[in-house]
Design a protein around this ligand. Structure first.
Ligand code: NIG
Ligand code: FE
Length: 412
């Protein structure tokens, strides 16, 4: 007999089922299971429904009883983070808020290169440990799956160190970690050659090792004036596609251009999009590429938010991620940031919740999570409340009282 557990009764379960991947969603479209139960078999959901009905239908299930009011939503998926890093950029943050420019901060030794220097000084063990610590903090806030990028190594050996640290961290961290190679984060200051030469070296020397060691199946690049141009990246993404890597793009953060490349390469996601205009929005909406808003970077930098309302109204699929990194998004609190994006962009509860559950899972091409449905992973975020609207109403200050990952209670 398999191991079956029935959790409940929940005041409300919001299973996020029956929701389209793309476009605007009204709150009326959210299914609400009142007085519900979730039946788990090993790591998967076997059934959801009325708690008393499930108790009768599955008398053999061990009951995990709940007292008081509880609301359950799918465990959150954070589809874009940089939580593997060394050092701190508190100085950048203070300088930026004191009115210093990007160049002044770079000249004072700040910016992405500062984190590269600090990360290179960190050992594999140190990076593994700090990544686990940060990932477990995200889990307490309800995130059961986290994407984690490299991109602070910028040599073959240092990128490998980061990706190995992320892989090791995944073995121990409570959330599942999905790694991405972001060796195309910037041209390293100590590389003797052009952008194109650096990208050629990475694709020829690093990509085969990523496959051999099964370190990642995802390649990301920062397309921006301060990083790589749309032209620079063509051969790099072509090579990545030939080798069957999935592509993601840091696109349109400060200037438009990356989203067009993302759509051309049929990228899984185009992330940032703060500078996307009507042309880019239309292009993304017509494509299969998921648009990922990163409100944590807007809050961290004091910049505009991604035009999430316009993207949804145009028919795009919108995910929301934390971008947790030491430079532009140090807060690392997905629920707070998603709630705030909702207030500034006038997003419905359904749109925000979809952005951090099923639509975020799609941004990582994960079909086994993001909804509470039979056959999917039993990843659950549970809150003390009698009304699911409280989750966003408290803007991240209502924390989960319980988190389940792969059918196991990992936090309560
Ligand atoms: O997603 N935009 C580029 N990369 C990161 C920032 C990384 C950093 O500043 O360290 C981002 O915001
Ligand atoms: Fe990022």
């Amino acid at each position: 007999m398999k191991n079956r557990t029935l959790i409940g009764p929940f005041k409300q379960i919001i299973p996020m089922t029956g929701i389209n991947l793309k476009g605007a969603i009204s709150d009326h479209e959210l299914e609400i299971i009142e007085d519900g139960g979730i039946l788990i078999e090993d790591n998967l959901i076997l059934a959801t429904g009325n708690f008393e009905d499930l108790k009768i239908a599955y008398p053999e299930a061990e009951i995990h009883p709940l007292k008081g009011n509880h609301v359950c939503v799918p465990g959150f998926v954070d589809a874009h983070t940089h939580i593997c890093f060394g050092g701190s950029r508190a100085k950048d943050y203070a300088m930026r808020n004191a009115g210093k420019s990007y160049l002044e901060i770079a000249h004072a030794g700040g910016g992405i290169w500062d984190t590269v220097t600090q990360t290179r000084k960190s050992s594999l063990e140190e990076l593994t440990k700090s990544t686990i610590k940060r990932a477990n903090r995200h889990l307490k806030n309800g995130t059961t799956t986290l994407e984690v990028k490299s991109g602070y190594g910028l040599t073959v050996a240092e990128e490998l160190k980061m990706l190995r640290a992320i892989k090791n961290a995944d073995n121990e961290a409570l959330p599942e970690l999905i790694s991405t190679c972001l060796a195309a984060h910037m041209l390293p200051k100590d590389f003797d050659g052009s952008e194109i030469e650096y990208l050629k070296m990475i694709s020829e020397e690093l990509f085969p090792i990523l496959k051999e060691e099964n370190l990642t199946h995802r390649i990301d690049a920062f397309i921006e004036q301060s990083a790589f141009s749309a032209d620079d990246i063509q051969a790099y993404f072509s090579k990545a596609s030939e080798m069957n890597f999935d592509i993601a793009v840091h696109a349109d953060q400060f200037s438009a251009g990356g989203s067009k490349v993302a759509v051309e390469f049929n990228a899984i996601s185009a992330d940032h999009l703060e500078a996307s205009g009507d042309t880019e929005i239309a292009l993304l909406a017509q494509s299969d590429t998921i648009s990922v808003a990163l409100p944590g970077a807007s809050i961290g930098l004091g910049c505009d938010f991604t035009p999430a309302r316009k993207l949804l109204d145009a028919g795009a699929a919108l995910a929301i991620a934390s971008d947790h990194n030491p430079g532009s998004a140090p807060m690392g609190d997905l629920l707070t940031q998603a709630s705030i994006l909702g207030t500034f962009q006038k997003l419905t509860n359904a749109e925000v919740l979809a952005g951090i559950t099923l639509r975020a899972a799609a941004a990582l091409k994960l079909e086994d999570r993001g909804k509470l449905e039979a056959g999917l992973l039993a990843d659950l975020a549970v809150f003390h409340s009698d009304n699911y609207q409280d989750i966003l109403y408290y803007q991240g200050n209502l924390k989960p009282c319980m988190v389940w990952k792969n059918g196991t209670l990992v936090f309560d």
